[in-house]
Design a protein around this ligand. Structure first.
Ligand code: 5GP
Ligand code: ZN
Length: 111
């Protein structure tokens, strides 16, 4: 979608530190990491949020998350997947993305 920052990253128009890629999905490091390991896993196709996404896309993101966890070395130590959605969910980029956070013990519950 025109003007969408994650679409531009998916098209290679904005550089990113790629950690995983397949036909449908790209994962790259968050520019402002909240944990030692923090990647964003995004569909290459534009969906504003999980509310718009089909089951195949959601499944592809979670399959990719397993590979990202391995690539970042946190599959054994553990990690968290987060999908911020809408205003109260704290979503700031309106292109569906799954945060993968790990590399330290994460607090729960979130604030
Ligand atoms: P949200 O707040 O929507 O759940 O997450 C958006 C995330 O995108 C934030 O953690 C933010 O740091 C990250 N982000 C925003 N712009 C860019 C960018 O241009 N490049 C990368 N790698 N991450 C970005
Ligand atoms: Zn987009």
């Amino acid at each position: 979608m025109e003007g969408c920052i994650f679409c531009k990253i998916a098209r290679g128009e904005i550089p990113s530190a790629k950690v995983y890629e397949d036909e449908r999905v790209l994962a790259f490091r968050d520019i402002d990491p909240k944990a030692p390991a923090h990647a964003l896993i995004v569909p290459k196709a534009h969906f504003a949020s999980v509310l718009e996404a089909d089951a195949g896309t959601v499944g592809a993101l979670f399959e990719a998350a397993k590979e990202v966890a391995k690539a970042l070395g946190v599959a054994e130590s553990g990690f968290r997947l987060v999908v911020n959605t809408g205003r109260d969910g704290g979503q700031s980029v309106e292109h569906l993305h799954v945060h993968l956070l790990g590399g330290r013990a994460l607090a729960w519950p979130p604030g």
